[in-house]
Design a protein around this ligand. Structure first.
Ligand SMILES: *[C@@H]1O[C@H](CO)[C@@H](O)[C@H](O)[C@H]1NC(C)=O
Ligand SMILES: *[C@@H]1O[C@H](CO)[C@@H](O)[C@H](O)[C@H]1NC(C)=O
Ligand SMILES: *[C@@H]1O[C@H](CO)[C@@H](O)[C@H](O)[C@H]1NC(C)=O
Ligand SMILES: *[C@@H]1O[C@H](CO)[C@@H](O)[C@H](O)[C@H]1NC(C)=O
Ligand SMILES: *[C@@H]1O[C@H](CO)[C@@H](O)[C@H](O)[C@H]1NC(C)=O
Ligand SMILES: *[C@@H]1O[C@H](CO)[C@@H](O)[C@H](O)[C@H]1NC(C)=O
Length: 579
């Protein structure tokens, strides 16, 4: 699949455009309770919606301003309505996503739909903003505080325990490394308290129920702008990954307002609000890599040995043993620094490859071969630059990674570990043992949340599920390592009359998979509200992951040239172990 290449709007507060006709940036568009659409970024229109900052006290004067980008339906098609889209994260800019990927989504919905992207509370171009200057990304003081219309005028759970049962031997990071994550969390906490956690600032209002509330306000305003009554408005929605958590939260809070809803790459909502980031299937993904690589043989997969699966597994585990950073620190290895860095790279790669196995497995095979060569020739340090270039920071597509923690940790606040300062050793061990591949990444996330003093205004505390006005469509991919298909199966049972499509494949989200049957199911649903019924299984329709002709004969370095681009696509939507 192709996402339209990068309009460079990610880093500035307003998208910059240049054309003959006036194109507006968000800071030129007045926030209003009704939508006024302004031309922006050529094919799009933009607006800013003013909603109560605190839905529980809507008249206290404090307002939140939500930026919207609309990719219009082709006027020559029969108009069907608007579909809101959230691309995941949490915290990834929904407006930037639509600026880049609108045609891909429009392809999924089929003709007649306006596609609307929005930034969730406190993120992106919204105000008040959760940006706090974390890791040196500068603050934007003008958007730190909520608008107050009484003074300024607005134009009208507990953790699931896991048992490790993995054939993979990937060493864990050292305690000193974990300690560094606490320090990082404390730094973030200081910034949040300083810039964004007061009654008129963003962070208390960034939990997912607030965003669901905003979706309803967007749909109402859109109805008014079409001269339609806004009372019984229906929200149409396409949500992927964290976007499914948002979609389910909406459907649970406002079932009477559910229009056409497609939720794919489904997060387990009860587990999430209960503080559980698992289970994930990343161990299975790497085991699957070992199997498919071995099956393809040395001609098809660079890391195969031709001596069977166990031999490939041994080759993998032997290689990993050279990157035991905890041991390197404890035993004062001379190469401890590079081992630590390399370990982080390896961890990052392994948590990313499952997002799109088709693209990433052949590259992973080449990387492992190269890494092995460097270990043998004792040149890992000399190849440091190349090694580090293999993995963008897992957060590089989230310009401000504070958003991720502000949302995630707030949604989970009230659970034992958020704001608890120090996690018990048993807790960390149980998190790590949940996944050999992702254990440390999960521990890191919990360590940051444990450092944050949050006081979310509105936490989801209702019943999950309900009888929605319109039946919803869930989609699950069999080999999705981050949001396993069983999440979709479980969720589907909670929403009356909803149905599910089961798709065979190895990716997180059908956006990566581009399985024709899955896409067709989404399209007939959006077009005609046709549900799959019993005809709800989509077979794998991709070529084998390791085509016999692919890796063979290609030098590892040559195939790695494509790596930056491929991984850029892979983590654009759903960053390593983000939802
Ligand atoms: C839309 O779908 C068509 C047909 O499947 C395909 O040829 C085209 O490349 C797709 N466009 C985008 C932007 O995904
Ligand atoms: C934002 O509001 C806080 C009070 O909540 C105030 O201390 C701070 O000066 C304000 N910041 C700006 C940039 O106006
Ligand atoms: C807000 O609007 C009212 C009535 O339109 C006006 O009297 C007042 O001066 C405005 N306040 C500000 C701060 O612009
Ligand atoms: C680092 O040094 C240790 C001990 O000398 C060695 O066993 C290990 O293979 C080295 N690791 C790498 C990645 O070079
Ligand atoms: C759920 O949260 C709302 C908003 O904070 C609160 O008014 C309500 O009492 C809570 N309900 C339960 C059952 O805790
Ligand atoms: C939707 O239904 C109409 C009328 O039955 C039909 O012509 C059209 O092909 C259907 N659209 C899709 C995408 O199946």
């Amino acid at each position: 699949m192709k996402l339209v290449a990068a309009a460079a709007v990610l880093s500035s507060i307003a998208p910059v455009v240049a054309t003959a006709d006036k194109e507006y940036t968000f800071d030129e568009i007045p926030a209003a309770e009704d939508l006024s659409w302004y031309p922006c970024n050529l094919a799009f229109t933009c607006a800013r919606l003013s909603v109560p900052l605190n839905p529980l006290k809507p008249n206290n004067g404090l307002r939140s301003e939500i930026p919207l980008v609309l990719y219009p339906a082709d006027p020559s098609d029969e108009y069907k309505g608007a579909v809101l889209v959230n691309p995941g994260g949490p915290g990834i800019s929904g407006t930037d996503f639509i600026l880049q990927a609108a045609p891909v989504i429009a392809n999924l919905t089929g003709p007649g739909w306006d596609i609307i992207g929005f930034d969730t509370r406190g993120t992106g171009y919204s105000k008040p903003n959760g940006a706090v200057g974390y890791h040196g990304v500068p603050l934007v003081p003008e958007v730190q505080n909520a608008t107050n219309i009484l003074s300024d005028n607005v134009t009208k759970g507990s953790i699931r325990k896991f048992k490790r049962r993995s054939e993979l031997k990937i060493p864990y990071k050292s305690d000193a490394w974990l300690q560094k994550q606490y320090e990082d969390g404390e730094e973030l906490n200081t910034l949040i308290q300083k810039y964004a956690n007061k009654e008129n600032q963003a962070v208390p209002y960034m939990t997912t129920p607030h965003v669901a509330f905003d979706m309803l306000q967007i749909a109402k305003a859109h109805a008014r702008s079409e001269d339609l009554p806004d009372k019984d408005v229906l929200v149409n929605y396409y949500g992927s990954s964290y976007g499914t958590l948002l979609g389910q939260t909406f459907a649970s809070l406002y079932p009477q307002h559910v229009g056409k809803f497609v939720l794919e790459g489904v997060v387990d909502m009860k587990a999430y609000y209960g503080g559980s980031l698992g289970p994930n299937h990343l161990d299975k993904t790497i085991s699957n890599f070992v199997t498919t690589c071995s099956d393809a043989g040395p001609k098809g997969c660079a890391f195969a040995t031709g001596k069977g699966r166990d031999d490939v597994l041994k080759r993998f585990n032997d290689l990993m043993a050279h990157f035991d950073s905890a041991k390197a620190v404890a035993e004062n290895w001379a190469n401890a620094t590079i081992v630590e860095e390399a370990h982080d790279v390896v961890r990052g790669i392994f948590t990313s490859v499952g997002y799109d196995a088709q693209e990433a497995f052949p590259i992973l095979a080449d990387q492992l071969v190269l890494l092995e060569g460097w270990v043998k020739s004792n040149t890992v340090a000399e190849n440091r630059e190349k090694l580090l270039s293999w993995i963008a920071s897992p957060f590089s597509f989230l310009t401000r990674k504070e958003y991720y923690y502000e949302i995630l940790c707030s949604d989970m606040a009230g659970n034992e570990f958020v704001g608890s300062k120090k996690l018990s050793k048993e807790f960390v061990d149980s998190v790590r043992s949940g996944s050999t591949v992702a254990g440390d990444t999960l521990a890191l996330t919990y360590a940051i949340c444990s450092s944050l003093d949050l006081k979310p205004n509105w936490k989801f505390n209702g019943t999950v599920g309900g009888e929605t006005k319109t039946p919803m469509l869930f989609v699950g991919v069999s080999g999705d390592p981050v949001t396993p298909a069983e999440n979709a199966e479980g969720a589907q049972k909670l929403y009356k009359n909803s149905e599910m499509v089961h798709v065979e494949g190895d990716a997180h989200s059908i956006i990566y998979l581009q399985n024709k049957c899955a896409n067709d199911n989404v399209k007939v649903y959006f077009q005609n509200l046709t549900l799959p019924g019993n005809n709800n299984r989509c077979a794998r329709d991709t070529a084998p992951i390791f085509p016999k002709s692919n890796s063979a004969g290609l030098s590892p370095l040559k195939s790695l040239d494509g790596f930056g681009r491929t991984m850029a696509l892979t983590i654009l939507l759903f960053i390593g172990l983000m939802f």
